[in-house]
Design a protein around this ligand. Structure first.
Ligand code: C2E
Ligand code: MG
Ligand code: MG
Length: 401
């Protein structure tokens, strides 16, 4: 971890006054390693000098020759591994879209500042550089090889976590979502974004899904035996829907466990274009005919969410967390949220909001009359063994909401 005197900060702004102001503010905050450049070219030149690699760049996005967006593209080419703070006089929406673009380039953005820059906001953002950021795009992500993942599936190293879903009107539990993790012998708990696409690329996703489902079914059975009608959701990859055999595997597993299809939900996300949509359509339609529930996951972020809604008989629509958390504070997000909710209602689908992180989010959803909530505010994903203790605690909390 770096301290304030070790952190190398670069201020990139074409206006001499802003360079001076920001440098002085940083110095006042105790940061001593601050340099400044007046153009993208000069900054890239500096970046190539091994001893002057900044850990953080304060980037003005409006510059006359090379603008901030172009500069970010060059940063990627120059293998920049540090973080960025965007600074601009543009409106919030513009800053947000530049921020999204930077994130898409897998560069860590600590946030954005509008001019005139408030010293306390600057301090709060720069301070984030001093603590390691978990789960950021630039955090070192190991790529796992096919063999390693294959062995892990075979040896039972994949474990299911469960995240509860609750009714917003009553606070009662409606079910949970199964989220897979890899209990890696040396790397600790590995999250799905680090191995799902590997599984998809190497033809291991059917084996993975089968393992997840086999691990999840006993829980559904347990709920049923306890007289609970909770539903358990399992994520499907589009690659699970490439061959009809998968359908038989699922149905056989479910039947052999004595679980009712009504208590299982399959969440489907479309992160890339389907090659042959006909097979996927057939599998999903037949699952639905067998009374499994279908849910469209991450709604609004995939390739063709609307045409999927038209073609596939979904029961549930999950509004993506990027439209939920803080939707009450952001007009654009809120418009997306409202549109998704309206669409789901018109199509008679149950609505689930993902990414409900705090009471303000919860309250907003309650006002909007969204059906179900899922997110850190209610519970983090947890092993099945932690569910009873969580439930006892939630019973108390929900009475206070
Ligand atoms: P998803 O299906 O959209 O799952 C929701 C993700 O959001 C989970 O991440 C969950 O931990 C996270 N999350 C829950 N509440 C909050 C919140 O309040 N705030 C924020 N910021 N995040 C929240 P996770 O577990 O890392 O999973 C990521 C994705 O990996 C899942 O997104 C899903 O698409 C995929 N995945 C997980 N398990 C499986 C699986 O068994 N099979 C397949 N094919 N994909 C899976
Ligand atoms: Mg999901
Ligand atoms: Mg989702």
């Amino acid at each position: 971890m770096l301290n304030k005197t070790e952190l190398q900060i670069l201020v990139l702004d074409d206006e001499p006054f802003m360079r001076k102001l920001l440098s002085r503010m940083l110095a006042n905050l105790g940061y001593t390693g601050v340099s400044a450049c007046d153009s993208g070219q000069a900054a890239l030149h500096l970046l190539d000098l091994a001893d002057h690699r900044p850990d953080l760049i304060l980037l003005d996005i409006n510059m006359p020759q090379m603008d901030g967006v172009e500069f970010v593209r060059h940063l990627v080419e120059h293998h920049y591994a540090g973080a960025l703070i965007l600074v601009s006089g543009e409106d919030e929406r513009m800053l947000q879209s530049v921020e999204n673009l930077v994130v898409a380039h897998q560069i860590t953005v600590l946030g954005h500042l509008t001019k005139p820059v408030a010293p306390d906001l600057l301090a709060a953002l720069v301070d984030r550089c001093l603590t390691p950021l978990p789960n950021t795009a630039s955090a070192h992500k190991k790529v796992y090889a096919k063999d390693e993942l294959q062995a892990a599936i075979a040896h039972g190293e994949l474990v299911n976590f469960y995240q509860p879903k609750v009714s917003i009107a009553t606070g009662l539990v409606t079910g949970a979502e199964t989220l897979v993790r890899w209990q890696h012998p040396t790397d600790g708990l590995v999250f799905p974004d680090q191995f799902i696409s590997t599984a998809e690329h190497h033809g291991l996703i059917d084996a993975l899904t089968r393992a997840v489902l086999a691990g999840a079914l006993p829980l559904v059975r347990q709920w049923r035996d306890a007289g609970l009608s909770w539903k358990l959701a399992v994520n499907l990859s589009m690659d699970n829907l490439l061959s009809l055999e998968f359908l038989d595997v699922v149905v056989d597993l479910v039947v052999s466990m004595g679980v009712r299809p009504q208590n299982l939900v399959f969440e489907v996300t479309e992160s890339r274009l389907m090659q042959d949509p006909r097979i996927a359509l057939e599998i999903l339609t037949r699952l639905r005919l067998k009374r499994f529930r279908l849910s469209i996951d991450d709604f609004g972020t995939g390739h063709s969410s609307l045409s999927q809604l038209r073609d596939i008989p979904f029961d549930e629509l999950k509004i993506d967390q990027s439209f939920v958390h803080r939707a009450w504070a952001n007009d654009t997000q809120r418009a997306m949220f409202d549109a998704s909710l309206g669409l789901a209602r018109q199509l008679n689908m149950e609505t689930v909001a993902e990414g409900v992180e705090d009471f303000a989010d919860w309250n907003f959803l309650r006002q909007q009359k969204c059906d179900v909530a899922q997110g850190y505010f209610i519970a983090r994903p947890m092993p099945a063994s932690s569910l009873p203790a969580w439930l006892a605690d939630w019973e108390i909390r929900r009475g206070q909401l």
